[in-house]
Design a protein around this ligand. Structure first.
Ligand SMILES: Nc1nc2c(c(=O)[nH]1)N=C([C@H](O)[C@H](O)COP(=O)(O)OP(=O)(O)OP(=O)(O)O)CN2
Length: 138
């Protein structure tokens, strides 16, 4: 079993805010992240796939193909977008690092696992240099 990882990058805006809470409570819970003005992050995304190498190429999956999948199903939908307003797969969800990581995993699982013998192992998302979430599915 081998694991290989593709790193991608996107910029997106968000705001942490629950409509049913008062402005005061939102500020108390989310601090500056609840600011009415949207703020952006430079996200770094790590997608790890796993499987056995059965091809004469020595590849589990061509990393160029993995890049295309991540771009089509995730990056094009998120890059330079507002996560709260523009991203269909985040509709009705809080734009936290955790939930974004889970939904990115869910977006990628089907297209990646359409390749025989290739499995999505994990998605790791850095919202800032110091803050990240990792999801293994299930
Ligand atoms: N469990 C979570 N906690 C927080 C999340 C999150 O998604 N899940 N998000 C935020 C903020 O959106 C953001 O990530 C934090 O911004 P900031 O405090 O500026 O983070 P930095 O790493 O840049 O700040 P340092 O103070 O330098 O570490 C908050 N919490």
């Amino acid at each position: 079993m081998i694991h290989i990882t593709r790193k991608e990058h996107f910029n997106a805006a968000h705001r942490m805010y629950r409509e049913e809470w008062s402005a005061e409570k939102n500020f108390e819970v989310f601090g500056k992240c609840a600011n009415p003005n949207w703020h952006g992050h430079n996200y770094n995304l790590y997608v790890t796939v796993k499987g056995e190498i059965t091809h004469a190429t020595g590849y589990l999956i061509d990393l160029k193909e993995l890049k295309q999948i991540i771009n089509e199903y995730v990056i094009e939908k998120l890059d330079h977008k507002n996560i709260n307003m523009d991203v269909e797969f985040m509709a009705g969800k809080m734009a936290s690092t955790e939930l974004l990581t889970i939904e990115i995993f869910n977006q990628l699982k089907g297209p990646i696992e359409a390749y025989p013998g290739v499995f999505l192992h994990s998605v790791k998302l850095f919202e800032t240099e110091n803050n990240s979430a990792e999801y293994f599915g299930g």
